[in-house]
Design a protein around this ligand. Structure first.
Ligand code: MG
Length: 375
């Protein structure tokens, strides 16, 4: 999985910006923004790299000698470290604005490492207090959180093309932390092959509306069990080669959906694991799931009809098996009953409920549910 990053501005965001000269060049001027320490402590537990990104105008020149910068900066880092907040990287540009250096925010010269294949900028954020922080986010292909009073922030961004990168304006660090915790477990995948074109947007914590369209009515009906019973929100569109048959559509949706669940789970910190059993009229369905990192699949669902609606029943096993491999989980599915529609709907419902249980997370107990320390 690609790494995600929170790029955090320093002055005006972590530290109060001195109004007289905008330079934190003595210990007397060192003051934290209200809520910054607890907000960052909360973010440090999430699945992001933390990168400090700051312009320090003229650092190292007579107007801002290095020896006046480092004592306060080091003290800030030590205070944050005491609360479990460590930066993976610190990007500090020392040029003056008039130099127009390619390294100065909002230019991306300092950020080339993060524009590589190893990083997912679309799932990364810039957190800062100025319009240039939002512009930086736009230049990186990331999203921005603007730490300002809403009316002030809106005015800053008025008429600016890069304003659409801004996903949140708030004066409170606690809102930033809550927003990122709530939206952390999302995934977006677009996959195009000669057989199917699939777009999936998934939020395991269920913020947002769901839309499902695969061109197969009965398959859509089954997939709707996920938003209904797993508490996730899911946008899924598949344009497949249905003129050939249903196979590629169902198989590829399974692969992309499984991959999306895997990506959205991230580090799996704080999650439960396990399973669900339910009756559906005369049928009963049992789904056991374990996101332990290994994929094993057990299927025991005896259908007596060749099709249900516009889907061949043999494709349901293939669907869950493909998804199981993509999710890297153990998945055991067993069902009994007479009515084939009930039988498979019970399986999808039980799967959705099992998924809900397995991915549910206790944000107050942010441990890995494994004695091995890895899932
Ligand atoms: Mg700032």
């Amino acid at each position: 999985m690609k790494n995600r990053v929170l790029f955090i501005d320093r002055d005006g965001t972590i530290l109060v910006e001195p109004p007289e000269d905008f330079q934190v060049d003595s210990l007397e001027k060192l003051e934290f923004v209200v809520g910054a320490i607890s907000g960052m402590k909360s973010l440090a537990e999430l699945d992001y790299e933390l990168v400090l990104a700051s312009n320090q105008d003229g650092l190292g020149t007579d107007s801002f000698p290095e020896e006046t910068f480092w004592p306060a900066h080091t003290k800030m880092l030590r205070t944050l470290a005491g609360e479990g907040v460590f930066f993976d990287d610190q990007l500090i540009d020392p040029t003056f604005p008039q130099e127009n250096a390619p390294t100065r925010k909002p230019q991306t010269g300092m950020f080339t490492k993060y524009l590589s294949e190893d990083y997912d900028m679309s799932q990364s954020y810039v957190i800062g207090d100025r319009a240039t922080d939002v512009e930086l986010a736009a230049n990186l292909g990331a999203k921005a959180i603007l730490l300002q009073q809403v009316s002030v922030g809106e005015k800053m961004l008025e008429g600016k093309l890069f304003a659409e990168s801004c996903v949140l304006i708030t004066p409170r660090w606690s809102d930033v932390a809550e927003f990122l915790r709530r939206t952390e477990r999302t995934a977006e995948i677009n996959r195009v092959t000669s057989e199917t074109a699939i777009k999936v947007k998934l939020d395991l914590d269920g913020a947002g509306v769901s839309e499902i369209s695969t061109g197969l009515n009965f398959f859509d009906h089954m997939l709707w069990q996920l938003p209904h019973h797993a508490g996730v929100s899911l946008k899924l569109e598949c344009k497949g080669d249905l003129h050939v048959d249903e196979h590629h559509t169902i198989e590829d949706v399974a692969i992309v959906l499984g991959e999306a669940i895997y990506q959205a789970l991230g580090s799996k910190r704080g999650i439960d694991r396990y399973g669900f059993v339910l009756p559906m009229d005369e049928c009963r369905a049992m789904v056991l799931i374990d996101f332990g990192g290994r994929a094993d699949f057990v299927w025991d669902v005896p259908f007596t009809r060749e099709r249900v609606g516009d889907v061949p029943t043999e494709m349901f096993k293939h669907f869950f098996k493909s998804m199981c491999v993509a999710m890297r989980c153990n998945l055991h599915i067993e069902a009994r009953g007479e009515n084939n529609h009930h039988l498979i709907e019970g399986v999808f419902k039980a799967f959705a409920r099992a998924l809900k249980m397995a991915v549910r997370r206790d944000v107050f107990k942010y441990d890995l549910p494994s004695s091995k320390g890895v899932l």
